[in-house]
Design a protein around this ligand. Structure first.
Ligand code: NAP
Length: 306
């Protein structure tokens, strides 16, 4: 039986790997078969991860995380976890490749998936004008015309943040009232660079190598119009990846894994959670990495006491 199995290979998972490996716990990190490296694999330049003053590409940063975890003996398996039973003292983890593992502790670092609009060219233009992260990519849109789609707090926050860079920010929302809190709405609506396009959804994305324009569809009368854009930020919510554990572990009202205070302790003894799967608020690579460190230390203490 293993001491630690880590599920997930973003900054939280790899940091948990680095710490538990250095503690001599020989962790097994199950990284996924196609999505290893997590959300940062979809990002281009990362300029805000401390320690890299010149910035680096998202995939390069994740390769560094992986190399550092492996250097101390983290075993990495490129497979998908398809089933877990975490209730007993012996935790059972099954993979799509047909393997079954047993462990004394499990660290859940399965992340969150940004919700997509579901448009045909969305994936192809991701990183080429279409983004899900204003903090990561806003800097590339200095003096450009961009749009944010969404009507929640994230959309308000991103639109307000992006006015630091862009000359114009269209805020596209499918209804005529916002879901966002009043204070966030008021801040966005008071900003002279932000212009709201109500009752509209994006029907099509256009551009060859990068986004150039979108087709808008009016949700009331169905009419369409074209809007030229250099960038589009999609902020229509995100979903923590909890399907593996949702029937056996406590979740928050927003469906994130519930943890105790500032720790990574879940409702099940010996099961710890970290990164975006517990974080409805900050969702940064650096906060996820810090959270992975917390989970590793919590798992280490648990093993020492059991
Ligand atoms: P959210 O509250 O779920 O809002 C999602 C928004 O996107 C809604 O306005 C929704 O429209 C719209 N939407 C969903 N699917 C869409 C689609 N396919 N096409 C077009 N529009 C779509 O998500 P969020 O804004 O990411 O916020 C998530 C949580 O984090 C919330 O609890 C929020 O309060 C919190 N948060 C807090 C802060 C802060 O306080 N600083 C900042 C960010 C987030 P409808 O309104 O029509 O449903």
């Amino acid at each position: 039986m293993r001491d630690v199995i880590i599920i997930g290979s973003g900054p939280a998972g790899y940091t948990a790997g680095i710490y538990t490996a250095r503690a001599g716990l020989k962790p097994l990190l199950i990284a996924s078969s196609v999505e290893a490296g997590g959300e940062l694999m979809k990002t281009t330049e990362v300029e805000n991860f401390p320690g890299f003053p010149e910035g680096l590409q998202g995939p390069e940063l994740m390769a560094n995380f992986q190399a550092q975890a492996e250097r101390f003996g983290t075993e990495i398996l490129l497979d998908d976890v398809v089933e877990v039973d975490l209730k007993g003292d012996v935790k059972i983890v099954k993979t799509g490749g047909g393997e079954t593992f047993e462990a004394k502790t499990v660290i859940l670092a399965t992340g969150a998936a940004y919700r997509e609009l579901g448009l045909p060219r969305e994936k192809e233009l991701s990183g080429h004008g279409v983004s899900w992260c204003a903090t990561c990519d806003g800097f590339f849109f200095r003096e450009k015309t961009i749009a944010v789609v969404g009507g929640g707090d994230s959309a308000m926050e991103e639109a307000s943040f992006l006015t630091r860079f862009a000359s114009k920010v269209h805020l596209i929302h499918r209804r005529d009232t916002f879901k966002a809190s009043k204070i966030m709405q008021d801040r966005a609506l008071a900003n002279p660079k932000i212009e709201v396009i109500y009752n509209s959804e994006i029907a099509e994305l256009h551009g060859d190598a990068k986004l150039e324009s979108v087709t808008l569809r009016n949700t009331v009368d169905g009419s369409t119009s074209e809007l030229a854009l250099d960038g589009l930020f999609i902020a229509v919510g995100n979903d923590p990846r909890v399907w593996l554990v949702e029937n056996q572990i406590e979740l928050t009202a927003e469906k994130f894994i519930q943890v105790e205070g500032r720790s990574s302790k879940t409702s099940l003894p010996g099961v710890f959670a970290c990164g975006d799967v517990i974080d409805p608020t900050y969702r940064q690579a650096i906060t996820a990495a810090g959270s992975g460190c917390v989970a590793a230390l919590d798992a280490e203490h648990y093993l020492a006491n059991h």
